[in-house]
Design a protein around this ligand. Sequence first.
Ligand code: ATP
Length: 358
Amino acid sequence: AGTAPINTRGVGVRFEQLSKRYGDFYAVDSLDLNVAPGEFLSILGPSGSGKTTVLMLIAGFVAPTSGRLLLGDQDISQIPPYKRNIGVVFQNYALFPHLDVRRNVGFPLEVRGVPKDEIAKRVNWALERVHMEKFADRRISQLSGGQQQRIALARAIVFEPRALLMDEPLAALDRNLRQDMQYEIRSLQRSLGQTVIYVTHDQEEALNLSDRVAVMNLGRLQQVDTPKNLYLRPANPFVAGFFGEANLLSGKTQGGVFTTDAGIRLPVTETREGPAVLCVRPEMIVFGDERKSDFPSLTGTVLETRYRGSILHIELDTPLGKINAVQHINTTNDAPAEGTTLEFGWDPNLGHVMMGQV
Ligand code: ATP
C-alpha cells in the first residue's frame, strides 16, 4: 500500500452473451463485444436502445441477468463497483459543489486510502492533463459547465483506472465548446493509452471520436465497426439509415446480379446468393456521360431539387422507386428543372449488398 497504482495503458473489455432483463423486457440482449486495450469505442443508438445500461453493467451499478463480463483477463461480473477500478464520467458531472476542485479530484484516492502527499501529486498531475491546474482552489460552484466537465474528467483519470466510461459527458455544453472538448478527450485518451467506452446518441460525435462505434437498437448490437465501414458497408438497413441518407432497394442477389422486387437487374460485386437489400448512397449516383460501361443504365424524372450549402439534392422518380442523389455544386451545374428526364447509374463497386435483409 502507499502509492496509487500507475498503469500507462487501459485494459480490454469483453462482453460474452451479456444480457440485462427487466421483467420480460431485454434492455440489453445477448451482447457479444470485444473492446481492445487502449481503444476508443462509442456506443451509439436511439433513445432506449440500451446504451446506458451497457455502461452501468460495466461499472457494476447494474447486475447482468446472464452472460459474462471481462476486464482484461478478470471476470468482473460478480465484483462490486468500487473494486473494479473503472473511471466514470456522467453528463451531470456528479461533483461535490461545496468542496474545492482539489478535494473533488482527490476523492477517489482518499477513499482508496492513498497518503496525502501522494494524493497531492496525483491531483496536480490529473489537473494538468485537463489544463485546470490554475483552478485547484476554486469551489465547484465557481466554475463554468465546461470547466466542471474537465474536473469530472480529472477525477475519473486520477486513480489511473483500467477503463474509462463516459455517458453523454458533453451533452450539456454548447456546440463550440462540445467540439473543443471532443478534441481534448480524444487527445487525452491517446496520450494515456486509456480504454474509453463512450455513450452518445450523436452520430457526428461518435464518428469524430472513435476508433470503432457499436450501434445499438432495441437492446441489440447491430454492428460494431470503424466510422468508414459503418457508412460504406452497413450491416443492415437500420445502420444504413442511421448514418446519413441511403437508397435502399430490396430484392435478391445471385452471381453478381441483384434483382429488385420489381424485376430490375443491377450489377453488384456480391457473389453470395439470397434475399438482400442493396444500399446506394446519394453521392454515389452519377448522371449522363459520367457513367462508365459497367454502371447500371437507368432513367429517372426529376421530382424536386434543393440546394443545401455546397450540395445539390435531386429527388428522382425511377423504375426503382424514389431515388435521392446529391451533387457537389460547381459553376457549371445548374439544377435540372422539374420533370427533366435524366440518365443515371452508379459504380457497382460502391453499391453495398446487405445479405439476408428484407
Ligand atoms: P437514452 O439515450 O434515452 O438514455 P439508452 O439507450 O441509454 O437511452 P437505457 O437507459 O439503457 O437506454 O434503457 C434501455 C431500456 O431499458 C429502456 O427501454 C428503459 O426504459 C429500460 N430500463 C432501464 N432501466 C430500467 C429499470 N430499472 N427498470 C425497467 N426498465 C428499465
